[in-house]
Structure formats: structure tokens, C-alpha cells
Write a new protein. Sequence first.
Length: 256
Amino acid sequence: MANMVELKNIHKSFGDNHILKGVDMSIKKGEVVVILGPSGSGKTTLLRTINFLDAADEGSVSVHDFTVDCKKHSKSQVIELRRKTAMVFQNYNLFQNKTILENVMEGLVTVKKFKKSDAEKVSREILAKVGLAERCDFYPSQLSGGQQQRAGIARALILDPDVILFDEPTSALDPELVGEVLNTIKAVAQTGITMIVVTHEIAFAKEVASRVVFMEGGVVVEEGKPEEILVAPKEPRTQQFLRRITNPNAAEEATA
């Protein structure tokens, strides 16, 4: 199966802080890759380099056989790459002055040049798929965090991207709202679209991921199938991280 995403030698620094240190990653068409790691490990930065929200300092990004050099690239190349990807942000990133329907339509009208009537029809269909058919005319402030995030997922889906990037999509949610968003992401995964998900939701990763990548210190420490990485990781750092995530009180009890 062909690679849908290919990252080669990705380096990224912010000032003196070297965040990504030569990351290589290949993701096949239809794979759901979950990236785990502690805060500051470079997970979100790596995600943002894929669609040049943060251009890497070195390396190359390929999506569906379209390759962009991170050092030497044109604005038109970046626009073309972004057309192949869509991103779901942890803080929803919705326009507060537009209804949910208008938020979802925006990309079709401005990027794909749909007529408004056509854009509205398709947008209502997508919103129904994520359980928001009755909320189309609501503004973001009138919705729960879970509903806003589902609207963000609808906005990503509407552009029919080759790859959807999820940046900790449940981290801003109240615990009781996490399940509804994860169920929506699971449903999206079942359509066969390629997905890269940065998350701490281990149970979700076990159930949905084709592959799990563990990062720390700007490098990939370990990667493999969920049952390998989440159940029997080889690297001591991966083992320690998973212990802390699955049993956050263990470290406190050990020192008590």
C-alpha cells in the first residue's frame, strides 16, 4: 500500500529550543496513527509541520505524492499541500460570529468555490453525520464543548481531505463530553480516511489506532501496533510514560 504521508528529517526550533530533531515517519493510506508522548515532546509541533502551520526548518513533507521542501518552498506549494489536509484543533477554532452551518460551509465557499446553496446542502448532510442536524443555526457559544468539537470535525470532513490531523481533540473538554467526540472520531476512522491523532486517550488508541508512535525529546522513541506499544512496550521510557498515564497515583504512592 502506498504511503499517504512521508516525513523526512524534520527539524524545528523555536529560538534556541530544538523541538524536533530529525523525525522520519511514513503513514500508509487509510492508517490511523496515534502519537503519544509527554508535554514538550514535539507531538503538536510535528502535526503543525505537516500542513505548514509551523514550517519546519529542515526536511521534507509529502502528502499523496506531493512533496514540499521545508527550506525552499513557494506559497502556492504550501496552499496545495494544505488542500490535501484538514486539522481539528484542541480549542475548536470556530468563528464565534458565524453559526455552526456557516462555519462548516466556509471552506467549501472560499476554498472550493461552491455556490452557497450547494455548500449549505452538503454542510447540512455532514453536520447530520456528526449528530448536529438540530444545531445548524446555533452559534458556537450556544453549544457544549463536545458539540463545538464535533462541528470542528465536520468542518474538516467537508473539504474531503486526504489526511485529517487531530491535535489533542479532547483535551479541552469536560470529562463527560470526551466520549461523544471520541465516538465521532471512531466513526470517521471507519470511513477509511488517513488520520494522525495526537492524544492521551490510551483506550481510544487501543481500539482505533493502526499504529502508535511514542515521542519524547523531539524524536520517535518507539512505534508499532497498539498491542505492541500499549501492552508490551520495549523501551523503558515508553513503559514509564504509560504507567504514569494509566495510573497517575502510582508515582505518588511509590514515594509516600
